[in-house]
Design a protein around this ligand. Structure first.
Ligand code: ADP
Ligand code: MG
Length: 593
C-alpha cells in the first residue's frame, strides 16, 4: 500500500477518459468536432443501442498520414495548437489532444484514414487501450472511426449510463447541434439502421433548422443579425408567444462552439419577459462571435461552458439585439426605462409626469441591467423621455398595422376574428386581445389615479377562513385604493359594498376570491406596490373583465386598433399570443401548391 508508483499510460488514460468521455454522446461530440476541424464537407454518424454497442463517424476531411494517425493516439498529441498563446486564437474545436487516446482506452477503437495524395490508407485497431495492429487499407480520402463496446473495460463507468433511449437522445441532440453550426457540411445521422436525418449542405441556418428540427419550428422563428463593438450575433429567435416548457431549445453557440452559457440563456429569458407565458422559455438558435481572446473555453473538460472576459457587455449586447428585433415586429418590449409617464400619457395626462410610485414593472426589470439602455436614453431624464418613446411606439404599432392593412373577413366560432392582410391572413383571438387591452388600460389607471368605485345596491357577503381573513385585513387598504369597498362585519365575515367601476358586480365575489388566492400565493406582495398593481391588473384582465357581446365589423376593427395602441400587442398578459399570422407561403405550402 505504501509504494507510490507511476500509473501505466493505459490506466492513466482510462482515468482521464472518464473526464472527457462520460457517455456515448461525448464520443460522438469529439469525433464530429475532429471531422469538422479536418475540413469535412460530408459527415456521417451511425450508432446502435444508444451508442454503447457501436458508433461510427465517417468524414471526407483531410485524413491523416500513417505517422500522424499513430501520433494522434498519443496523449496531448494535437495538430491544432503549439503554445499556450495559441489558445487565444483558437479557430478549431479541438486543442487538447486528449479525445482519441481517451476513447481508445475505453473501447474497441478502429481508425481508417487516408490523406489525399497518399497511396494507401492506414488502419489502426486498439482494444481497451491495447494496441492490436496497424496496417494498410483501401479507402477514399478522409477518416472513419468505429468505436464499439464502449466502457466494456470500465464497468464503473458503464454502470452510470442511462437507458439506451436516453443515451440516444443525447447523441441525436449533439449531432443536431453541430449540424446547425456547420450548414456548409452535409450531415447524416443513422440510429439502428434508420435515418434520423439526412441534411444536404444548406445555405442558411434557417434551412438547416427546417431540415433537422422541422418546418414548423423553422416557421416559428425570426432571423436576427446584429453587430456592435467587436461582438456579432446572428441566428433565429422565436416569435413572441411561442414558448417551451424547458430551456433545451435555447441553443447557443460561441464562435461556432455549442455552449451552455448562463449569461446567454439569462439574457434570452430576460428579453422575452412578458412575451412568453410564465414558466416557459423562448426558442433560439443563436451564434455569438467575438474575439477568441475575449472568451475562455478551457474551463470545463467537455468545453461545454465558456467564460466571457466581459460578461455584462455580452449580456447587454444580446438583450439589446433581441429586443430590437422583437420591437421591429411591432412589439413594445421593455425599452430604456419606461416611467409612469408613459401610462399617464395615454390616459390623457400631460407627458412628463414626475416619477411616482406607480412605475411599471419593466423599469424594475431594467434595474439590475443598466446596460439594457441605449447610452443616450440613459442620459436624458427618465420620465419624459420614456413617455415620448412609448407613445411613439404605440403610434408606430398602429402605423405598422395600418400599413399591413387588416381587412376584416368574419368571426370563427365566435372566438377568432379572421382578417385578410397584405402578407396573408391573421386569426385574432378576441379574448386574448381583449385581455391585453384591459391589462394595459388598468395598469395605466392604477398608476395614474385612485380607481373609481361603483357602490353595490346589494352588498355581497363573503365568509372566509382565518388565514384568508388575516390576509384580507392586511391588504384591505390596497384593495380600497383600487376601487373595492369592503367592510368587516363579524368574525371572518366581510361585506363587499363597492367594486371597481370596470367590474361587473356579479363577478365581485369570485374575483375577490381570486385576489385572495393570489395574496395567499404571495403574488400581491405588500413589499412592492408596482408588482402588486401589475398582478391585480393581470388578474382583472384575465378573470374579471367580460368580453363584450358585440362582434360587428366595427367592433372587431376597434378591438384591433386598441390592441395596436398597446405597448405590447403581440401577447396577452400571460404571454399567450393574441393573434397568429399565416403567410401566403405558409398557406401555399399547406395546400401543396
Ligand atoms: P484535438 O482535437 O484536441 O487535437 P484529438 O485527440 O481529438 O485532439 O485528435 C488528435 C489529432 O488527430 C488532431 O489534432 C488531428 O490532427 C487528428 N485527427 C483526429 N481526427 C481526425 C479526423 N477525423 N480527420 C483528420 N485528422 C484527425
Ligand atoms: Mg478533437
Amino acid at each position: 500500500m505504501s509504494t507510490i508508483r507511476i500509473l501505466s499510460d493505459r490506466v492513466a488514460n482510462q482515468i482521464a477518459a472518464g473526464e472527457v468521455i462520460e457517455r456515448p454522446a461525448a464520443v460522438v461530440k469529439e469525433l464530429v468536432e475532429n471531422s469538422l476541424d479536418a475540413g469535412a464537407t460530408r459527415i456521417e454518424v451511425e450508432f446502435r443501442s444508444g451508442g454503447r454497442a457501436y458508433i461510427r463517424v465517417e468524414d471526407n476531411g483531410s485524413g491523416m498520414t500513417r505517422d500522424d494517425a499513430l501520433l494522434s493516439l498519443e496523449r496531448h498529441a494535437t495538430s491544432k495548437i503549439a503554445e499556450t498563446a495559441d489558445l487565444d486564437q483558437l479557430a478549431t474545436f479541438g486543442f487538447r489532444g486528449e479525445a482519441l487516446p481517451s476513447i481508445a482506452s475505453v473501447a474497441r477503437f478502429e481508425l481508417q484514414t487516408l490523406s489525399a495524395g497518399e497511396e494507401a490508407g492506414t488502419e489502426i485497431l486498439i482494444n481497451g487501450g491495447k494496441f492490436v495492429h496497424v496496417r494498410d487499407c483501401g479507402r477514399p480520402a478522409g477518416t472513419r472511426i468505429i468505436v464499439s463496446q464502449l466502457f466494456n473495460s470500465v464497468p464503473a463507468r458503464r454502470k452510470f449510463l442511462k437507458s439506451d433511449a436516453t443515451e440516444s437522445a443525447h447523441i441525436i441532440h449533439c449531432v443536431r447541434l453541430y449540424a446547425l453550426s456547420s450548414p456548409q457540411a452535409a450531415f447524416t445521422l443513422i440510429e439502428d439502421g434508420r435515418a434520423i436525418f439526412r441534411s444536404p449542405e444548406c445555405h442558411t441556418t434557417a434551412e438547416r433548422v427546417a431540415e433537422i428540427f422541422g418546418r414548423q419550428i423553422a416557421d416559428a422563428m425570426l432571423p436576427l443579425e446584429a453587430a456592435d463593438a467587436g461582438l456579432a450575433l446572428r441566428g433565429l429567435i422565436s416569435r413572441p408567444g411561442v414558448g417551451r416548457a424547458t430551456r433545451h431549445e435555447m441553443i447557443t453557440y460561441v464562435n461556432r462552439r455549442p455552449v451552455d452559457s448562463r449569461t446567454l440563456s439569462y439574457a434570452l429569458i430576460e428579453s422575452y419577459h412578458e412575451l412568453v407565458p410564465k414558466g416557459r422559455y423562448p426558442l433560439a438558435f443563436l451564434f455569438l462571435e467575438l474575439d477568441p481572446a475575449a472568451v475562455d473555453v478551457n474551463v470545463h473538460p467537455a468545453k461545454r461552458e465558456v467564460r466571457f472576459r466581459n460578461e455584462s457587455q455580452v449580456r447587454a449586447f444580446v438583450i439589446r439585439a433581441v429586443l430590437d428585433r422583437l420591437r421591429e415586429l411591432g412589439a413594445t418590449v421593455p425599452a430604456g426605462a419606461p416611467g409612469p409617464g408613459d401610462e399617464a400619457a395615454r390616459v390623457g395626462a400631460p407627458a412628463g409626469v414626475a416619477p411616482g410610485p406607480g412605475t411599471p414593472p419593466e423599469s424594475r426589470m431594467a434595474a439590475p441591467f443598466p446596460a439594457y439602455r441605449p447610452p443616450l436614453a440613459a442620459m436624458v431624464p427618465a420620465a419624459p423621455a420614456a413617455a415620448g418613446v412609448t407613445v411613439g411606439t404605440a403610434m408606430r404599432n398602429e402605423a405598422l398595422r395600418a400599413k399591413a392593412g387588416w381587412r376584416y373577413v368574419g368571426l370563427v366560432h365566435g372566438v377568432y376574428a379572421l382578417f385578410e392582410t397584405e402578407a396573408g391572413m391573421v386569426l385574432l383571438d378576441r379574448r386574448a386581445a381583449h385581455e391585453r387591452v384591459w391589462y394595459e388600460r388598468l395598469r395605466a389607471q392604477f398608476a395614474a389615479a385612485r380607481a373609481a368605485t361603483q357602490r353595490l345596491l346589494l352588498p355581497v357577503p363573503v365568509e372566509l377562513d382565518a388565514i384568508m381573513t388575516a390576509l384580507l385585513l392586511d391588504r384591505l387598504e390596497f384593495l380600497q385604493g383600487h376601487g373595492f369597498e369592503i367592510v368587516e362585519f363579524g368574525r371572518n365575515f366581510f361585506r363587499v359594498e363597492g367594486v371597481p367601476e370596470w367590474m361587473d358586480p356579479a363577478d365581485a365575489e369570485a374575483f375577490l376570491r381570486d385576489v385572495l388566492g393570489a395574496l395567499r400565493e404571495g403574488r400581491l406582495t405588500a413589499k412592492d406596490l408596482d408588482l402588486a398593481r401589475d398582478e391585480l391588473a393581470r388578474l382583472a384582465a384575465l378573470r374579471a373583465v367580460r368580453l363584450p357581446d358585440g362582434t360587428s365589423e366595427a367592433e372587431m376593427q376597434a378591438l384591433v386598433a386598441q390592441l395596436f395602441s398597446c405597448r405590447q400587442p403581440l401577447a396577452n398578459p400571460t404571454g399567450k399570443p393574441t393573434f397568429i399570422e399565416l403567410s401566403h407561403s405558409e398557406l401555399a405550402r399547406r395546400f401543396q401548391k
